[in-house]
Write a protein that binds this ligand. Structure first.
Ligand code: ATP
Length: 246
């Protein structure tokens, strides 16, 4: 399998703080990589650097063979990399469908030409994504009052509507009940089965070990461990720094 994402010596400094400090790893097409680590380890900053939401202090990110670390977010998305955020970031006043359309627009080059509307292709992507995440029956309801799990599924639907090759999920299981975590694990399994490569930041160990082929543990901006979920559970350093505290 080919390498889809290559992160090389990536760093982000805020004044004297190295939020991400010389991190190197790669992800193979079709693989699911889990990222975990203590609070403040730099996981979300790492996502922000890869998705273009934050500029790097140093290092290189290459996606499908192209350097992306200086590209704007929408260009990165159109190349096939989309993500969700830790807190539900849907537009509360808009319907579920309109939120999915926004995600779909973002992944196509059609926003400029159809600023106030959407093409049939954009609508089709939005419907397909809502169907996939199980929200079709709520398409015409406002997103604001949705329960947490529905909002999380909607965020995943928005990201999928852009038809990504790489989907990055920031703590998708956070705040979910155990049965909802089970449904999420199933949903991520279905996304994988479509051939989409997944990177997820996850504190909920049950979810992380159920979906990840490989795990990267970060601590204080650095890569502490990389290996299978079973190797992670048996690693004394991971136990000392992270598992003992989670
Ligand atoms: P959590 O598990 O709590 O979400 P995390 O591993 O995602 O944590 P980050 O949110 O990436 O960690 O933060 C890494 C470090 O960088 C933290 O010390 C944080 O306070 C700091 N940091 C993040 N963003 C900024 C910013 N914009 N300005 C200054 N410091 C920041």
């Amino acid at each position: 399998m080919d390498t889809l994402l290559e992160v090389d010596g990536l760093s982000k400094h805020y004044g004297g703080l190295a939020a991400v400090d010389d991190v190197t790893f790669s992800v193979t097409e079709g693989e699911t990589l889990g990222i975990a680590g203590p609070n403040g380890a730099g996981k979300t900053t790492l996502f922000d650097l890869i998705s273009g939401h934050v500029g790097a202090t140093a290092g290189r990110v290459s996606f499908a063979g192209q350097e992306i670390q200086r590209l704007p977010i929408h260009r990165i998305c159109r190349l096939g990399l989309s993500r969700t955020f830790q807190l539900p970031s849907v537009i509360d006043s808009q319907t579920v469908f309109a939120n999915a359309v926004a995600g779909s627009h973002f992944g196509t080059a059609q926003k400029a030409r159809f600023r106030w509307g959407y093409t049939p292709e954009v609508a089709e992507r939005a419907h397909e994504a809502l169907d996939f995440v199980g929200l079709s029956d709520k398409a015409s309801t406002p997103a604001g009052p949705l329960p947490v799990f529905d909002k999380k599924r909607l965020m995943i639907g928005q990201a999928l509507a852009a038809r990504p090759r790489l989907l990055m999920l920031d703590e998708p299981a956070g705040g979910l009940t155990p049965p909802e975590v089970d449904s999420l694990v199933e949903l991520i399994g279905a996304i994988r089965a479509r051939g989409v490569t997944v990177i997820l930041i996850e504190h909920v160990m049950r979810a992380l070990t159920a979906v990840a082929d490989r795990v990267l543990i970060m601590n204080q901006g650095r890569r502490l461990f990389e290996g299978t979920p079973a190797q992670m559970m048996a690693d004394p350093e991971v136990a000392r720094v992270y598992l003992g505290t989670s």
